[in-house]
Design a protein around this ligand. Structure first.
Ligand SMILES: [Zn+2]
Ligand SMILES: [Zn+2]
Length: 490
């Protein structure tokens, strides 16, 4: 094995994109002198970096030049992908297969180029783009996919709450034993249900992200969103987006109160949602209901209003959510199956309920931003096609679900409902938490229906949303509100 330190033809260029994120490019040339040697390309990793992503290219493939790739951190070997990958990422929790997740220690790291073949007389030019990011950088795109999985605005359907072997998800082994259920089973179940995205939310851990990193390139129609269920003695809440550790030990010296927890979530640009807030808490399920003292709901962007099939049970999260809306807050209702067995029968299966999100594209930031914006309804039965869109018009302004619209006293607000695949069902208009007679006894005819009504504004703050119920009264869809004259926007 021959090593050749290459210094003369190596150039390092730095690009600072923001005050935090940093890119650098290593480029240079290789010749026959490098044939069957290993070339070390050192680069400096500053303190506070949480993820390193490398994109490598070189010339001369048509002349059978081959350059392999590997990585050493400041202390140890971090992986070898040979000639099988031109791009990879490593972070504390996850890494591209061939590479090892683990701490991103500051110091001198080395990209290793192996040169199995470089012909006499041939010069190969290489370039390695290295992106160094911090956990506090504003995210763009998706953690596990370089490109959006689908482009264009649409209603995207997903499940935001599920468990697997990395927490208490279980299923039957080959021999029929109850065993921790491998994460891929959850992903397969979501695929079979035709979902567009899932957030896998194991309890407090970050160990499932490495499996998600491996699965995403294969499941390239199903967006995998990193999540965890922050599980405390006083309540559960999902955090979507970050992969860095969040100290969940509420009431311990490190996290004395909820604000310390929310500070962590916000610094990592995570989206937090209180889970199953109205469940009873006690020895059967400690901390399952939300009982965190002095919760500042202005810092809570989402609530899991429907958990599994609880939409109309006494433990439904809908009344809890609506009570917050009646306090003048703008909080998005979402749903989650809380699936703990990817092979469970359909009634408790993945995608039941489905959270349906109107997003600009199928990427993590677009989905999470659309949830923050409230462009969301919940399909309690997790169908593939039931859809409710609602718009409000006042003067020349139009609002959709989740938006706020200004309407001075005396102004008429014109609402339009657009409903797909809901024949025989009927809308139920909720204003400030109470069902109204608007559009009462007005069944939906046809697979593509529109209904509208006018509401005179009194100039005060109100919120108005739509449920869709079946002809037997079953709650099918739970819409998020349009807010009238909302004073504070998150
Ligand atoms: Zn829970
Ligand atoms: Zn859960």
């Amino acid at each position: 094995m021959k090593f050749l330190a290459q210094t003369l033809s190596l150039l390092v260029c730095f690009t600072f994109f923001t005050s935090q994120a940093q890119d650098l490019t290593l480029h240079g040339t290789l010749t026959r002198a490098n044939h069957q040697t290993y070339v070390e390309l050192p680069f400096t990793v500053p303190t506070g970096i949480s993820r390193i992503s490398v994109d490598f290219s070189y010339t001369g493939r048509e002349l059978h030049t081959t350059i392999d790739l590997g990585l050493f951190d400041s202390e140890r070997f971090r992986g070898w992908s040979g000639g099988n990958k031109h791009a990879f990422t490593v972070s504390e929790s996850d890494a591209t297969p061939s590479y090892l997740p683990g701490p991103i220690r500051p110091g001198t790291w080395k990209l290793i180029l192996g040169v199995p073949n470089l012909r006499e007389g041939v010069t190969s030019t290489y370039e390695a783009h290295i992106h160094l990011s911090r956990a506090t950088d504003i995210p763009s795109g998706s953690t596990f996919s370089a490109a959006p999985l689908r482009s264009g605005p649409a209603w995207y359907r997903g499940d935001l709450h599920m468990h697997d072997a990395h927490s208490d998800g279980s299923c039957q082994s080959q021999a029929g034993q109850k065993v921790p259920c491998p994460l891929y089973k959850t992903v397969e179940a979501a695929t079979a249900r035709g979902l567009d995205f899932i957030a896998i939310s194991d309890h407090n851990t970050t160990s499932h992200f490495d499996a998600m990193q491996e699965l995403q390139p294969y499941f390239d129609r199903l967006l995998l969103i990193p999540a965890r269920e922050i599980t405390t003695f006083d309540g559960h809440a999902n955090v979507f987006g970050p992969t860095a550790f969040i100290d969940f030990r509420l009431t311990s010296p490190s996290v004395p109160d909820l604000n310390h927890l929310l500070d962590q979530v916000e610094s990592l640009h995570g989206l937090i949602s209180i889970n199953h807030p109205s469940q009873p808490t006690g020895e059967a399920c400690m901390g399952c209901g939300w009982s965190v003292p002095n919760t500042d709901y202005r810092r809570i962007p989402a609530i899991e209003a429907v958990n599994g099939n609880n939409a109309e049970t006494r433990i439904s999260g809908i009344p809890f959510w609506q009570a917050r809306l009646n306090e003048g807050l703008r909080i998005t209702a979402i749903g989650g199956s809380d699936n703990h067995n990817a092979e469970a029968p359909p009634a408790s299966n993945v995608g039941h309920p489905t959270t349906v999100v109107y997003a600009k594209e199928l990427s993590e930031t677009s989905i999470l931003n659309a949830i923050r914006a409230g462009h969301v309804f919940i399909d309690t039965e997790g169908t593939k096609d039931r859809t409710i869109g609602i718009t409000a018009q006042a003067n020349a302004t139009t609002a959709i679900m989740g938006d706020s619209i200004k309407a001075p006293a005396g102004q008429t607000v014109h609402f339009t409902l657009h409903m797909l695949h809901l024949e025989g069902a009927h809308p139920e208009i909720i204003e400030d938490g109470e069902p109204t007679t608007l559009l009462a006894s007005s069944p939906i005819t046809g697979p593509d229906a529109e209904k509208s009504f006018d509401l005179p504004s009194d100039g005060k703050h109100h919120w108005l949303r739509v449920n869709i119920r079946s002809n037997t009264g079953t709650l099918l869809l739970v819409g998020n509100p349009i807010y009238l004259n909302l004073l504070t926007l998150r």
